[in-house]
Design a protein around this ligand. Structure first.
Ligand SMILES: Cc1cc2nc3c(=O)[nH]c(=O)nc-3n(C[C@H](O)[C@H](O)[C@H](O)COP(=O)(O)OP(=O)(O)OC[C@H]3O[C@@H](n4cnc5c(N)ncnc54)[C@H](O)[C@@H]3O)c2cc1C
Length: 464
């Protein structure tokens, strides 16, 4: 650390000199608040400074200066990430994109919006909705996370089953590369296969390949309010069978979410929704089809759920009730957090193997004698088993480490993934090779070295 200080002092001086108008936080108390993202258990570092640029030109200059001084950069959105991707690195410069939050253009004819990355997902949705348009990607954290962070993690959420992850809504980016070059990777074209798709490579790379300074995102006409149905099941397997049945029936609900019994109880304690707390699992199914088509889709989903053994199927009677139910599902993690120290995971499996994954999760929890609440995007095969420890349990982190290792191995054994949407970051880095294999890691490393030869862009994230 004593080695680092002179270099970083010189960097801070050079930034002040070249970008006198830039907001640069150097007080320790300010820097401390950029130490962590939402992955509280990770060891993190204190940034040497935090820059809050408002324009691409400033970002490019910051990157060039960091390259000159050999100081790493951590790009950061709203800091709600769950893999440590935006957590501080000791002595690095954190570039927080929160002040780059302007919507630059809404093009209704081409159904695209061009925006800076710092805007909060919910704010973007609201701005385009005012023009009858819809930005689909919908992480449960949509009210607190930024578009830049969503691009960094290729965020998923509650409507991927119909509209895909963030990447599916990205047509082009403006990025700053590791040497300060400003590059456009695409634009408003819906079809564009000219060369390698740098857009797709950069989305999901967690700030390790380039920094996003502008995004051209796909919009849709604003769909009507959703019809919402919830179904309760006596076993996890029956709920899993309903998930598979909905896909087999060719239905395309906008939401197909699951909560297990522990989560149902926690959510009901917090929200008082009157959920069936004796049920082993609950599915929430939603349609955003227009007019009577939504009713047809909901009826078909009801038939599938009943055939799979649903003990109760309830349809929301009005949009307000549907909102409460949706809010209940969104609040699952916070509801579990009220019961102790909660550690959320993010495994994924091919959809049809959801029942087996649910059984495996229960097995891992039993083996490590830890409470687990599982909820998530069952329609995508993406589950968030959340281990809950007593707040004063001195062994909590050690047990969590062992349990999540077993969880990842179980997911991989089912042909699944260690992370469906939260990203590898630092938290899952040691398990990446287990899933992808040594050859894939070597190729990823070659890409990283080619695009960031000095290794200054978010080093140690995704790849060791
Ligand atoms: C309660 C809760 C619920 C959640 N639900 C979901 C969910 O349903 N689906 C889901 O996918 N995630 C979910 N998350 C995780 C998190 O909200 C997402 O990963 C989100 O995309 C992070 O956005 P952020 O702005 O907070 O990014 P940050 O945490 O600040 O950063 C995330 C990553 O993106 C990189 N990054 C940020 N900005 C840029 C940029 N401009 N250029 C390049 N890289 C950049 C960072 O370096 C980091 O690696 C949830 C989190 C919480 C706390």
């Amino acid at each position: 650390m004593t080695e680092v200080a002179p270099v970083t002092d010189a960097l801070v001086g050079a930034i002040r000199n070249r970008l006198p108008e830039l907001r640069l936080l150097t007080d320790e108390v300010d820097r401390e608040s950029y130490r962590r993202d939402e992955t509280a258990y990770l060891r993190t570092g204190l940034p040497c400074a935090v820059a809050l640029p408002t324009e691409t030109r400033q970002v490019a200059e910051l990157v060039r200066l960091c390259g000159e001084f050999g100081v790493p950069i951590v790009p950061r959105g709203a800091g709600t990430g769950l893999s440590g991707g935006a957590a501080g690195i000791e002595g690095a410069l954190t570039i927080a994109f929160t002040a780059m939050d302007r919507v630059l253009e809404i093009d209704g004819d081409n159904l695209v919006v061009v925006t800076q990355p710092g805007i909060i997902n919910a704010a973007l949705k609201k701005v385009v909705a005012a023009q009858g348009l819809f930005y689909a990607p919908d992480p449960a954290s949509f009210e607190i996370c930024s578009i830049g962070g969503n691009l960094g993690t290729n965020a998923g959420g509650l409507c991927c089953i119909k509209y895909g992850q963030t990447r599916e809504s990205v047509l082009g980016l403006e990025v700053v590369m590791a040497d300060g070059t400003v590059l456009r990777t695409g634009g408003k074209n819906v079809k564009d296969v000219a060369g390698y798709s740098l857009t797709h490579l950069i989305v999901g790379s967690q700030g390790t390949l380039a920094m996003v300074t502008e995004a051209t995102l796909r919009l849709r006409p604003l769909p009507p309010p959703r019809s919402t149905l919830i179904a309760f099941f006596a076993t996890l397997e029956a709920a899993g069978a309903a998930v598979a049945g909905i896909a087999r029936a060719g239905l395309s609900p906008v939401t197909l979410e699951l909560m297990d019994q522990f989560t149902i109880g926690a959510v009901d304690d917090m929200q008082g929704l009157g959920l069936d707390r004796d049920a082993a699992a609950m599915l929430m199914v939603e349609s955003d089809l227009p007019g009577s088509a939504a009713g047809v889709e909901m009826d078909a989903a009801r038939v599938v759920c009943e055939a799979a053994g649903a003990t109760q199927v309830v349809q929301a009677t009005d949009p307000q009730e549907a909102d409460w139910l949706r809010q209940g599902r969104r609040s699952a993690f916070h509801a579990l957090e009220r019961l102790g120290t909660a550690r959320m995971e993010d495994v994924g499996v091919p959809r049809a193997r959801v029942p087996e994954m649910l059984v495996a999760i229960e097995g891992v929890a039993a083996k490590h004698d830890v409470r687990v609440g599982t909820f998530g995007h069952a329609g995508d095969g993406n589950l968030h088993p959340t281990f809950v420890f007593e707040r004063d349990d001195p062994n909590a982190e050690a047990i969590n480490e062992a349990a999540r290792g077993d969880l990842y191995r179980a997911a991989i054994a089912l042909g699944g993934t260690i992370t469906g949407e939260h990203g590898v970051g630092v938290a899952r880095r040691d398990y990446l090779e287990l899933q992808r294999g040594a050859d894939a890691i070597r190729v990823m490393r070659q890409i990283k070295d080619a695009l960031d030869p000095k290794g200054i862009l978010n080093p140690g994230r995704v790849l060791a």
